[in-house]
Design a protein around this ligand. Structure first.
Ligand SMILES: C[S@@+](CC[C@H](N)C(=O)[O-])C[C@H]1O[C@@H](n2cnc3c(N)ncnc32)[C@H](O)[C@@H]1O
Length: 707
């Protein structure tokens, strides 16, 4: 079959959707244009590679068919804007790749037809991230896309598992594309692999070691190659393959310590510490004096201790953080919680024992979190890492693809995602993106550094914590999360009974019930059924409108800011006070009994700051107590002896914990001190320190709030 060339003057892309384009560019023209692009290619090794994040509106499923079950068609039969279901193409790269967000190559089929092939979302660890000239690939159920300009089409591969790198000897390659084996013997391939390894071209090294293994039947030759390939896979972070290679390298003798050692390191890389421990213990039995095994074994035991006890040296973890080091080598302590069906939605997290306010609920190391805190890049970086890891370590699929991916994707899943077809794990990038948006958390490098009300850093990475992702949202949540690098710490904000569902706030809760529920609906597709939202929805629209109006009046008067130490005129304080009283009256007693009154938080905080500036300590006490009340807490009684923790344990089940609660209790302490109520001041400091532990994840100096 020849290249289809037709007269110019074709119709627009939309008009031709579904049709075979009447004119396609010939190979020479394609290659020449490609060459000019290649000359402009940025080859600097550290240039950040752009990521093509999928637009969900164009979602289509990944192929779950084997290339051997598809009808192979020539390039000339590709139809514009069409997913060729049940069909596949086999093509050879006729040019070096242009590597940008994807890798674009000129390819040709067995009939001499040429076209452009754009492959996206390949891991850097794969040869397919830039298909070398001469390689033959199969594209399953290809999508043929117009590039905008007339006659300008390309085969666009979004799902990484939709393209397969074929071995040169694969019988599926049609005769005209067949080069035969590039190298003759297994030894040749091994030597080529060793050379690629020395040149640090690790994907090529893996490819050549694979060819060497395929070319030999000699077990004695193959064992050391498996060891080498295990080593390269460890470098590439392909732990599943590294483990399989390491185990395949065993010969049954005492030298097998190396196989168990490598397999143990691979299992460690997958955070599977129990398996890693078993493998490293076997390695140590075979070679008890080897210091490397001893070191890895001790490290693994430390992770298992963390998983078992939940004992962490949080200050040391904080001290070890730096801009280059945010991935902490720690195990996850999850045994206080379990995943089970929730009355609110799907699955949720539940307490496996009684927990006291302040207790660690769980500590989880991120399943995946790129060290990328630039707001414009954080989401794309997480998406790219998720895709890469699912390709490189298919065993992750069980945990990651099991997460909720949004209502539309629940229906659209083919069920084949994560299964192995044609030797690769099926990765559907649209499902990955759906899972990312519904489950990722934003994480500061350290919550302690980020919670200073005066100076939040605002630079947040995005990450995936699979266990934490099973938590449903509540505005009046019974836990709080904080971060130390990629470690998430969840603490109880009040007492939790065994079997109780554990909730967290997905995002800082907005003041107005209608706005925050719009946010939940738009972002996560649910209506919040927490005590606060259900309660507030009982209040008539007219009352909500009145509260909005009054809050807007306070915000306008005060510029939405809090006073510093400057002297605020009495008249202004009186005006805000009057509005705050009206606002308080706009909260119906029967609706708000025992519930936070969030619209009152800002006016009361403003009055605290204004009276503090005037050293009017009695008024500071009054309004600090109101701030606590308005977050749903019972206020401490001056006439009684009270335990500082009671603020958290005796306030019912609808408290809303934030750093502002801590700040209010600390200001309360300062005012009591000034008024000579020493005991009240001391108790308040203790209560504030306790609250600060909930907020930052571990005990910290309250003075950090001012820095
Ligand atoms: C991260 S998942 C939480 C775990 C999820 N329930 C599951 O079954 O895997 C987020 C999704 O859970 C649901 N969800 C979370 N909190 C909820 C709530 N309070 N009420 C109803 N649905 C909720 C929403 O559909 C949201 O998109």
């Amino acid at each position: 079959m020849a290249v289809v060339v037709a007269a110019p003057g074709m119709a627009s892309a939309k008009d031709t959707a579904g049709a075979i384009p009447t004119r396609r560019l010939p190979k020479e023209e394609l290659v020449n244009t490609h060459k000019t692009h290649l000359q402009k290619q940025d080859n600097s090794p550290n240039a950040p590679r752009p990521v093509k994040q999928p637009a969900m509106s164009g979602a289509y499923p990944a192929s779950i068919k084997s290339i051997r079950d598809l009808e192979i068609i020539p390039l000339s039969e590709l139809r514009a804007e069409t997913h060729h279901r049940g069909k596949g193409i086999i093509v050879k790269a006729a040019s070096p790749p242009f590597v940008g967000a994807g890798a674009v190559s000129i390819v040709e089929d067995e009939f001499g037809n040429a076209d452009k092939l754009a492959i996206y979302n390949q891991a850097d660890s794969s040869i397919l991230s830039g298909v070398p000239e001469g390689c033959v690939v199969a594209v399953k159920e290809p999508y043929y896309k117009n590039n905008g300009a007339a006659n300008d089409f390309m085969i666009c591969v979004d799902h990484p598992s939709d393209v397969i790198l074929l071995r040169f000897t694969d019988p599926i390659i049609p005769e005209p594309l067949r080069l035969g084996p590039l190298l003759k013997t297994a030894d040749d391939w091994k030597n080529a692999a060793d050379r690629a390894f020395i040149e640090k071209d690790f994907p090529t090294a893996v490819f050549c070691y694979t060819e060497a293994l395929e070319a030999s039947e000699d077990a004695a030759f193959k064992a050391p190659i498996h060891t080498k390939r295990a080593g390269v896979n460890l470098i590439l972070g392909r732990y599943d393959s590294a483990k399989a290679d390491a185990m395949a390298s065993r010969s049954g003798g005492p030298q097998d310590w190396k196989a168990y050692y490598n397999a143990g390191r691979a299992a460690y890389g997958l955070c599977n510490y129990t398996e890693s421990n078993t493998l490293l213990t076997t390695a140590l039995d075979l070679n008890p004096t080897n210091t490397n095994i001893q070191k890895e074994h001790a490290r693994c035991q430390a992770r298992l201790r963390e998983e078992e006890t939940g004992d962490y040296d949080f200050p040391a973890m904080l001290a070890s953080l730096s801009p280059h080091s945010v991935h902490l080598d720690r195990g996850s302590f999850l045994r206080n919680t379990r995943i089970a069906a929730s009355a609110h939605h799907g699955r949720g997290l539940f307490a496996t024992r009684d927990l006291r306010a302040g207790d660690v609920v769980f500590v989880e190391k991120a399943t995946l979190m790129p060290n990328q805190y630039e707001p414009a890049r954080a989401s794309a970086a997480l998406y790219a890492l998720m895709v890469r890891q699912l390709c490189d370590n298919p065993s992750l699929a069980g945990a990651v693809l099991g997460l909720y991916g949004g209502a539309e994707y629940t229906e659209r899943r083919s069920g084949g995602e994560g299964t192995t077809v044609d030797g690769v794990s099926v990765v559907d990038v649209f499902l990955v993106e759906g899972i990312r948006t519904k489950n990722c958390f934003s994480a500061p490098r350290s919550t302690l550094e980020d919670t200073r009300p005066s100076l939040p850093e605002g630079r947040l990475a995005k990450g995936l914590w699979v266990h934490a992702s099973h938590m449903n949202h509540s505005c009046v949540a019974n836990t709080m999360r904080s971060f130390l690098g990629d470690v998430l710490i969840s603490r109880a904000t009040r007492d939790i009974k065994e079997g109780e569902e554990i909730f967290q706030q997905y995002v800082p809760v907005q003041t107005l019930v209608d706005l925050r529920n719009k946010q939940f609906k738009d972002g996560w597709g649910f209506e919040c059924g927490c005590a606060l939202c259900v309660g507030e929805k009982r209040s008539p629209e007219a009352m909500l409108a009145k509260r909005k109006e009054l809050l807007a009046a306070v915000e306008k008067l005060c510029n939405k800011k809090l006073p510093g130490r400057e002297l605020i005129p009495d008249a202004k304080i009186r005006s805000v006070d009057r509005l705050a009283k009206q606002l308080e009256d706009a909260h119906e007693q029967d609706v708000y009994e025992g519930l936070p009154r969030l619209t009152l938080v800002y006016p009361c905080n403003w009055l605290v700051a204004a009276h503090r500036g005037r050293k009017n300590h009695g008024k500071v006490v009054k309004y600090c107590l109101k701030v606590l009340r308005n977050f749903g807490f019972k206020v401490p009684d001056e006439t009684e002896v009270w335990d500082p923790r009671e603020i958290y344990t005796n306030s019912g089940n609808a408290t809303l914990m934030t750093v502002h609660v801590v700040a209010a209790i600390r200001t309360l302490a300062e005012a009591y001190e000034a008024l000579g109520h020493k005991e009240m001041a001391e108790r308040c400091i203790e209560a504030a320190e306790f609250g600060y532990t909930l907020v930052t994840g571990f005990k910290n100096d309250l003075a950090t709030l001012d820095r």
